[in-house]
Design a protein around this ligand. Structure first.
Ligand SMILES: *Cc1c(COP(=O)(O)O)cnc(C)c1O
Length: 411
């Protein structure tokens, strides 16, 4: 399963998306008529902000002084020794304020909303990390925050619900369908259509109609801008592999972006294999997904032969989504990224192993990347270097991890 086969086909990282938001045949703008103007305005405002030195300065200043960037590049000697293969490095996004990479994007989009004169922010959240990041930045910037969250996710991430409310956000539970992320996105879209004049929708991953996949990617690009420089400083060369977990795809695209043109660097995107690759038991879109349109863009989607969206399952709420970001679909089809998955059991094993060997407790989402990174490292010689993007910390997952491992925490 683990393979390493440099040189890898490279892609020009700035060639996509095109003006219509396409990454090859993926992506685009599939949105209701009422949102087309708002999306066009957003694109225009974003492109102007991106090229504005004042906005750049504000964004970088907040990344540094609020979020806590740059994050560490950490040499995981304990884990590497335990496995006896390649040297493992961790990019420590788990050390960021609010506990995950999500804050990079929340800061960027909230600053943009402010610049556009929008005072009301809405967001969807799965594991609750994006909701917490958005609520925090809104509190800091004096913006009103409304967060949509599926009722099932609210139960498995109760701590984050409390956290968001403490931060002054209104959390709206969504009872439709499977009561998870997909339904929360639908509700957020509905709100945005109604309130678009004074409201910005801070979409939480590299997904949705253009310009979201591009914009979210750009705000997370800082991950690989830092890690590439840090790897060169620490080891004198680039990693042989970069491994990241993929829900919608934001931490992975941020972790990969600066390496897309490096033919010696393998890029591994790890999906949630859940209880195994059977209908409704997983969220590995590249293991059974088909081309389709969901929530704004064309990409690989888990659906049945009638186009009904399949139920998904993962021990981690943040990877539990039926579609994958369009840029990932594009790079996968080109052969630039290798898709892989880790099952719930492999994820829990990696979760414990990293805690035991390094004293670092990863988020269950990130544990999928750790699981695959471990497998890959084991198959490689000690002169190879594997960089794992540790997208978040495990604090939020204590109750569900304990439950999955057979004990019940009464907090
Ligand atoms: C939300 C989340 C993810 C999944 O989202 P992506 O957009 O695919 O990065 C992964 N890890 C953590 C810790 C998260 O909070």
């Amino acid at each position: 399963m683990s393979s390493y086969a440099a040189p890898f086909p490279t892609v020009n990282r700035f060639a996509h998306p095109d003006a219509k938001g396409r990454f090859g045949r993926f992506g685009g703008i599939y949105a209701p008529e009422t949102l087309m103007t708002a999306l066009a305005e957003l694109t225009e405002a974003y492109v102007a902000a991106r090229d504005d030195a004042g906005f750049q300065k504000e964004y970088l200043d907040m990344l540094r002084n609020y979020a806590g960037r740059p994050t560490l590049l950490y040499r995981a000697d304990g884990l590497s020794k335990h496995l006896g293969g390649a040297q493992i490095f961790l990019k420590r996004e788990d050390l960021l304020h609010t506990g995950a990479h999500k804050i990079n994007n929340a800061i960027g989009q909230c600053l943009l909303a402010k610049r556009m004169g929008k005072k009301r922010i809405i967001a969807e959240t799965g594991a609750g990390q994006h909701g917490v990041a958005t609520a925090s930045v809104c509190a800091k910037l004096g913006l009103q925050a409304v967060i949509y969250m599926g009722r099932t996710d609210m139960e498995r991430q109760a701590l984050n619900v409390y956290r968001m409310r403490l931060l002054g956000a209104e959390v709206r539970g969504v009872d439709a369908g499977s009561k998870t992320l997909k339904e929360a996105v639908n509700e957020a879209m509905r709100d945005w259509v109604t309130n678009v004049r004074d409201t910005h929708y801070v979409l939480g991953t590299a997904y949705g109609p253009h310009p979201f996949p591009m914009m979210v990617r750009d705000f997370h690009r800082v991950i690989s801008l830092e890690s590439r420089k840090q790897m060169l400083e620490m080891t004198g060369r680039l990693p042989d592999a970069v491994v990241a977990c993929v829900g919608g795809g934001s931490n992975a695209i941020g972790a990969f972006f600066e390496y897309l043109e490096d033919e010696t660097v393998g890029l591994y995107a790890v999906e949630a294999g859940g209880r195994g690759i059977r209908l409704g038991e997983h969220a590995a879109r590249f293991a059974g997904g088909k081309l389709g349109v969901l929530q704004g863009c064309l990409t690989y989607i888990l659906q049945d032969s009638e186009g009904q969206i399949q139920d998904t399952h993962s021990v981690s709420a943040g990877l539990d989504y039926a579609a994958v970001g369009p840029e990932h679909a594009f790079y996968q089809e080109r052969g630039r990224t290798q898709f892989a998955y880790a099952t719930d059991d492999e994820c829990l094993d990696a979760f414990k192993t990293l805690a035991h060997t390094e004293g670092v407790i990863p988020a269950l989402e990130s544990s999928h990347a750790v699981a695959y990174g471990m497998k890959l490292a084991k198959s490689l010689t000690p002169d190879k270097q594997v960089l794992i993007n540790l997208s978040g910390r495990g604090d939020k997952d204590m109750v569900s991890a304990a439950r999955a491992m057979g004990s019940d925490l009464r907090l």
